[in-house]
Design a binder for this molecule. Structure first.
Ligand SMILES: *Cc1c(COP(=O)(O)O)cnc(C)c1O
Length: 426
C-alpha cells in the first residue's frame, strides 16, 4: 500500500497510477469545466455526493494529483491546494473561526503571515494573540480565551529559524481542546512530518521547496482527519447544518474528511483562491525530487554554516543544524534528516557591508525568495524591511548586519567560494 511506502517512494510514485496507454506523467487538465451526460450526475455533484470535477475553481484533476500526493507525504487524509501560501493560511483559519473569535499563534512567523494575523484578520473580527514559542505550558494556557479556536506555529520559524517544540505545543492544544495548525514550509515533509508529532493540520507555501525551482506561487492545506470537531461543541460550522448547502452536516456526512470538504465547498467556492492547473503540475513535478533536494539543501547549508562560523568577517551564524544553535536539541529530535537550506549570519561592518556583500555575490542571486534549487541572498535591512525604522527592524529580529542565505543544491565548493569572495569584497 502506498501509505506504507517510504516518503521517498511516495514522492516519486505516490499518487498517479496510469492505466494502459494513458500518459506516464499526470497531464495538465487545462480546462475550466468538465462535461456530464445526465442531470442526476450533475445533481450529485452539487449535493457533494460525488467528488468528480465540475469546475476548476472547486477542483481539477491535475490539482487533485498534487493534493493526493502531498496528503500522502504528510500522512494526512486529504488536502486542499490554494493559489498561494498566504491563501492556505487564511483559509485554514477562516474554515474554523468567525468574527468575535480568537486564534493563538507563536510570534515567530513569516512576515506575510504576521501581517495577515496582526492586520487583516482583526479587520474581519478575528483576533490573533501572539506568544513567545519559549513560553511555558502555563503561560501558553493563560493566553487562551474561551473563544480561542486554534493554535498556530511554524516548524522552522521564518526568518528566526527557531525549531518548534512540538511536544509542548501539541500538549497545550490537546488540553485546551483546539487543533494545532503548523506551517511546515521551510522543513517540508521530507524533513519533518508535523502530523506525527501531534499537529492536526499542516499548511505550506508550495512556492518554496515543494516547487523548488522558482516557477510557481501556490499553497496547500493538509488535514490529519484526527481532530474531534464534535467533542467540544466549539465548531458548530462543522457539526451543525450548513444553510449554504441545504442543511448539510460536514462531520456527519464526511467524517475525517469534513475539514477539507468544508474548506473546498465554502471557501474555495466563495473566495476562489484556486491554483492554476499548470502550477499544480509544477508542484507535482517538484514533489518528485523533494527528498533528494532537501538532503542536499541541508548538507550544503550545514557545511556553509560551519564555514561561516570560522570566518573572520562574520560575527554570528544562525542555523538550527549547528551545535551552537539554541534549538539544536529540538533539531535533533524533530529534524534528524537535516535542518533545511535557510541560514542567517551577521556580517562585520553592518548595513553598509551587508549591501556590498549582497551586490558582490555572483553565483548566489539577489532575490526575495527561499527554497529555490539555486542559492539566493537577501539583506533584509536594506530591502524587505527598509520601510521600518532601525528600532522597528531590530524588534522584528532584523539587525542591520543580518544576511539571509537560502542555500541551493549547487556544489558546496562553488557556493563557499562565492560567499568567500563576496565577504572579501564587503
Ligand atoms: C513564503 C511563505 C509563506 C507565504 O507563501 P506565498 O506562497 O508567498 O503566499 C507562508 N509561510 C512561510 C513560512 C513562507 O516562507
Amino acid at each position: 500500500m502506498r501509505e506504507n511506502w517510504k516518503i521517498e517512494t511516495q514522492a516519486v510514485q505516490g499518487n498517479y497510477a496510469p492505466k494502459a496507454a494513458e500518459p506516464r506523467t499526470a497531464p495538465i487538465h487545462q480546462s475550466t469545466t468538465f462535461k456530464y451526460d445526465s442531470a442526476e450526475h450533475m445533481a450529485q455533484l452539487f449535493d457533494l455526493d460525488c467528488a468528480d470535477p465540475m469546475y476548476t475553481r472547486l477542483g481539477n484533476p491535475t490539482t487533485s494529483v498534487f493534493e493526493e500526493k502531498i496528503a500522502l507525504m504528510e500522512g494526512g487524509v486529504a488536502a486542499l491546494a490554494t493559489s498561494s501560501g498566504q491563501a492556505a493560511s487564511a483559509v485554514s483559519l477562516l474554515n474554523i473561526t468567525r468574527a468575535g473569535q480568537h486564534v493563538l499563534s507563536a510570534s515567530t512567523l513569516y512576515g506575510g503571515t504576521y501581517s495577515l494575523f496582526a492586520n487583516t484578520l482583526p479587520k474581519l473580527g478575528i483576533e490573533v494573540g501572539f506568544i513567545d514559542p519559549e513560553a511555558s505550558v502555563e503561560e501558553m494556557k493563560a493566553a487562551f480565551r474561551p473563544d480561542t479556536r486554534c493554535l498556530f506555529a511554524e516548524t522552522i520559524g521564518n526568518p528566526g529559524l527557531n525549531i518548534l517544540d512540538f511536544e509542548k505545543f501539541s500538549r497545550v492544544a490537546k488540553e485546551m481542546g483546539v487543533p494545532l495548525i503548523i506551517d511546515n514550509t521551510l522543513a517540508s515533509p521530507a524533513l519533518c512530518r508535523p502530523l506525527e508529532h501531534g499537529a492536526d493540520i499542516v499548511i505550506h507555501s508550495a512556492t518554496k521547496y515543494i516547487d523548488g525551482h522558482g516557477t510557481a506561487v501556490g499553497g496547500v492545506i493538509v488535514d490529519s482527519g484526527k481532530f474531534d470537531w464534535s467533542a467540544s461543541g466549539k465548531y458548530p460550522e462543522l457539526c451543525e447544518p450548513d444553510s449554504s448547502y441545504h442543511g448539510l452536516k460536514y462531520v456527519e456526512k464526511f467524517g475525517p474528511l469534513a475539514y477539507i470538504v468544508k474548506s473546498r465547498a465554502q471557501y474555495m467556492r466563495d473566495l476562489g483562491v484556486t491554483p492554476a492547473p499548470q502550477n499544480s503540475f509544477l508542484f507535482n513535478h517538484g514533489l518528485t525530487t523533494l527528498h533528494l533536494r532537501m538532503e542536499r539543501h541541508s548538507s550544503n547549508a550545514l557545511a556553509l554554516a560551519k564555514f561561516l562560523e570560522k570566518h573572520d568577517k562574520v560575527s554570528w551564524v544562525n542555523y538550527p543544524g549547528l551545535e551552537s544553535h539554541p534549538s539544536y536539541k529540538l533539531t535533533q529530535k524533530y529534524l534528524p534528516k537535516g535542518a533545511s537550506g535557510v541560514l542567517t549570519f551577521g556580517i562585520k561592518g553592518g548595513r553598509e557591508a551587508g549591501m556590498k556583500f549582497m551586490e558582490a555575490c555572483k553565483l548566489i542571486a539577489m532575490v526575495v525568495h527561499v527554497g529555490d534549487a539555486r542559492s539566493c541572498v537577501l539583506h533584509p535591512a536594506s530591502t524587505t524591511h527598509r520601510q521600518l525604522s532601525e528600532a522597528e527592524q531590530i524588534a522584528s529580529g532584523v539587525t542591520p548586519d543580518l544576511i539571509r542565505l537560502s542555500v541551493g543544491i549547487e556544489h558546496i565548493d562553488d557556493i563557499m567560494a562565492d560567499v568567500d569572495q563576496a565577504l572579501a569584497a564587503s
